[in-house]
Write a protein that binds this ligand. Structure first.
Ligand code: SAM
Length: 275
């Protein structure tokens, strides 16, 4: 796709006085090649709807538009709007910018077709949105993929396998009815200003919802089990009615600890208790 000429991002930032705000977790990406590689993670975006959270001055937004997507972007910092308006002008009818806090905006009202979500967000906002997108009884969700930048340590927790110290609630939530994988590591020096830690991009696609399992029940089980992750399951699951008996019925040794249980074993316990 031929891209319209836009001024370099550094110039846009200088012209609009977009000094990075620490409070808004602003660490910008300028390298177009890197941004194009990130925009390629969800697959061919030509003609697809993309929800971008936190476009900032629009580096990733430009890459998504170059890839052919129609982008709706939610940005909290009003200082970024003039820079984004220039991007919108360069890609007529392809970019809609919504000023607001993504934590309070329901994307369901923004699209009537499936959409891909792409975001480079501050850690706390990203994790809260991620948990929201993966929770709830309704499945499959309206989104067809998530491509999200996290601190590398958080990304590793999302894709962790049992038996690993980083395996916990986030891994079970991300894997019990989705496929989650670490798509790319991003060095801290790629950002302006560079954050203290390394980053990584996680890519998630929805899978099939296991039958006869309540999402809420699975959440309660993982909350109890990992809330006391050093304890044996017979202790950590005591507060959940019928959970210890379910372990026996399923042949799961109650002396095991939460971090040794596979995602399928968590699903089996939830199914037993959802009856
Ligand atoms: N996407 C740009 C890039 O990759 O260079 C900017 C990334 S910067 C890490 C995070 C962006 O998210 C900032 O522009 C910030 O203002 C915005 N942001 C922070 N909290 C937000 C929220 N709750 N809702 C929407 N945008 C938010």
């Amino acid at each position: 796709m031929v891209s319209p000429a836009l001024p370099p991002l550094r110039e846009v930032i200088a012209r609009h006085g977009l000094s990075a705000s620490k409070a808004l977790g602003q660490n910008f990406l300028f390298d177009e090649k890197l941004l194009d590689r990130i925009a390629a993670i969800p697959g061919d975006l030509a003609g697809r709807n993309v929800l971008e959270i936190g476009p900032g001055p629009g580096g990733l937004t430009r890459a998504l538009l170059r890839a052919g997507a129609r982008v709706t972007a939610i940005e909290r910092d009003p200082r970024c709007l003039p820079a984004l308006a220039e991007v919108s002008e360069a890609f007529p009818a392809r970019l809609t910018v919504i000023e607001g806090d993504a934590l309070t905006i329901d994307p369901a009202g923004l699209f009537d077709a499936p959409y891909d979500i792409v975001a480079n967000l501050p850690y706390n906002v990203g994790t809260a949105l991620f948990i929201g997108w993966l929770s709830g009884e309704n499945w499959p969700p309206q989104w067809r993929s998530l491509t999200l930048m996290f601190q590398q340590e958080v990304a590793q927790r999302i894709v962790a396998r049992p038996g690993n110290g980083t395996y916990g609630r986030l891994a079970v939530l991300a894997q019990w009815r989705s496929q989650a994988h670490l798509a790319m590591k991003v060095h801290r020096s790629a950002f302006t200003p560079p954050p203290k830690v390394m980053s990584a991009i996680v890519h998630v696609t929805p899978g099939t919802m296991p039958e006869h399992v309540s999402a809420r029940m699975l959440e309660r089980i993982t909350e109890a089990a990992f809330g006391q992750r050093r304890k044996m399951l017979r202790q950590s699951l005591k507060s959940l009615n019928g959970a210890v008996e379910a372990l026996t019925t399923l042949g799961i040794d109650p002396q095991r600890r939460a971090e040794t249980l596979s995602v399928d074993e968590f699903i089996a316990i939830a199914r037993q208790l959802s009856r």
